[in-house]
Design a protein around this ligand. Structure first.
Ligand SMILES: Nc1ncnc2c1ncn2[C@@H]1O[C@H](COP(=O)(O)OP(=O)(O)O)[C@@H](O)[C@H]1O
Ligand SMILES: [Mg+2]
Length: 385
């Protein structure tokens, strides 16, 4: 693709949440136009882009996106690809609709990678969820529609069987996890690849939600290379063009296995905005617009925490102690701009930098003791339903 004047070039994004907003900010910086499609008129990306209000399945709105955009991408993978095929010029969509179809079905994704020699947990299709009692411990996963821990059931004992998913699913070995790792991989139309450092993701017990991440991960050089190689191979066998968030497991036997791949910028790559020469969001803009890929060099160690809506609150959001947190050097606050909070809703994130790793963790502890995302309405239902 020949590079054109940014001001004559429009990037269309399906979905107008925080990922689209952060891509939009980078696109705007270089001078491109941005257009998003989102069901909400308050979509947070609309603060940096034009907005079409409509469902992802609205043929008329999709067709409008298609005619107004020079290139298109998506920030969520749960989109009806049949409709995309009917309405869009699919060669204007990156990553490709084909790729989206492979990864949006987790079972198909697993099968695809296994056949191509990428190490994955042992898995098999589940005909009937009642068969689960024969394979404890194991992990059951819905084929479609899962994210942030929904659609995944960890079955450690018989008591967990009541949580079994009744929709189409598969079952896989319960990996004895030493660490969960993340690697962002970028690949352009010509097959040029850039890979970021390995991130260590620390999860909360409840809800499988990310607690914090640190980068570089505490890992031997050899294992770092192995994780990056697996991540790059996964993107290459997909023929992926775009930015990919690759999630991996390091198990207690020091095997590295691919867990899943997200065909988009990823929460585990937010640290790249402040800590690396080129952020994952700018890389996405570069891929979309045919610009050369940027350096992924990390200047300084980083940790990142998500700002989640505190359990017990909903309604109009109230941030406590933002000012006190921002008094600390090397603390970067990102507020996505969602008006309403609910328990565990992703409202923003904070990246913290320091050359000294123990000081880095001290700063994180300080930040966490201060920051609170509350809502005007007290509510002790503690769920997001
Ligand atoms: N096979 C497995 N063995 C052990 N834990 C797992 C396994 N698969 C997933 N998990 C745990 O569940 C979390 C969510 O699973 P994942 O497949 O990544 O779904 P999601 O789409 O919600 O991110 C993982 O980050 C990990 O902590
Ligand atoms: Mg995951």
């Amino acid at each position: 693709m020949k590079f054109r004047n940014p001001t004559d070039f429009t990037i269309g994004i399906l979905g107008g949440g925080q990922l689209a907003k952060m891509i939009g900010m980078e696109a705007r910086k270089i001078g491109f136009n941005v257009l998003v499609l989102d069901p909400s008129k308050d979509a947070v990306a609309s603060t940096v882009s034009s907005l079409i209000v409509g469902q992802m399945s609205d043929r008329e709105k999709l067709s409008e996106m298609n005619s107004l955009s020079d290139i298109m991408t998506f920030e969520i993978e749960h989109i009806d690809t049949q409709i995309l095929r009917e309405v869009l010029d699919t060669d204007k969509v990156l990553p490709s609709v084909n790729l989206l179809e492979i990864v949006q079905d987790k079972y198909r994704q697993r099968t695809f990678f296994q056949k191509r020699g990428i190490p994955v947990p042992v898995f098999k299709e589940l005909e009937d969820y009642r068969d689960l009692k024969g394979c404890i411990p194991c992990v059951q996963k819905a084929k479609r529609g899962g994210y942030d821990g929904r659609g995944v059931v960890l079955i450690k004992s018989k008591e967990d069987l009541v949580k079994a998913i009744k929709e189409p699913s598969y079952v896989e070995e319960y990996v004895d996890i030493e660490k969960e790792l993340g690697v962002i991989v970028v690949r352009d139309r010509n097959g040029n690849v850039k890979v970021y450092p390995v991130v260590e993701m620390v999860f909360k017990q409840e809800g499988n939600l990310l607690d914090y991440l640190k980068v570089p991960a505490d890992l031997e050089g050899e294992k770092v290379k192995e994780a990056q190689d697996i991540a790059v191979s996964a993107v290459e066998v997909l023929g992926g063009v775009g930015v990919f968030g690759v999630e991996l497991f390091l198990d207690k036997r020091y095997r590295i296995l691919l867990n899943e791949i997200a065909p988009r910028v990823h929460n585990s790559g937010h640290y790249t905005i402040e800590a690396c020469e080129t952020s994952q969001f700018e890389q996405m803009v570069r891929v979309l617009t045919g610009l050369p890929l940027g350096s992924t060099y990390q200047y300084i160690p980083a940790v990142m925490i998500n700002l989640l809506g505190e359990p017990g609150y909903r309604g109009k959001v109230v941030y406590e102690n933002l000012d006190r947190v921002m008094e600390i050097d090397g603390v970067y606050v990102h507020i996505y701009g969602k008006r309403e909070t609910f328990p565990y809703r992703k409202m923003g994130h904070i990246t913290i930098l320091d050359f000294n790793k123990s000081r880095l963790l001290e700063k994180m502890a300080k930040v966490r003791s201060l920051i609170r995302v509350k809502g005007e309405i007290k509510d002790d239902r503690n769920n997001n339903g």
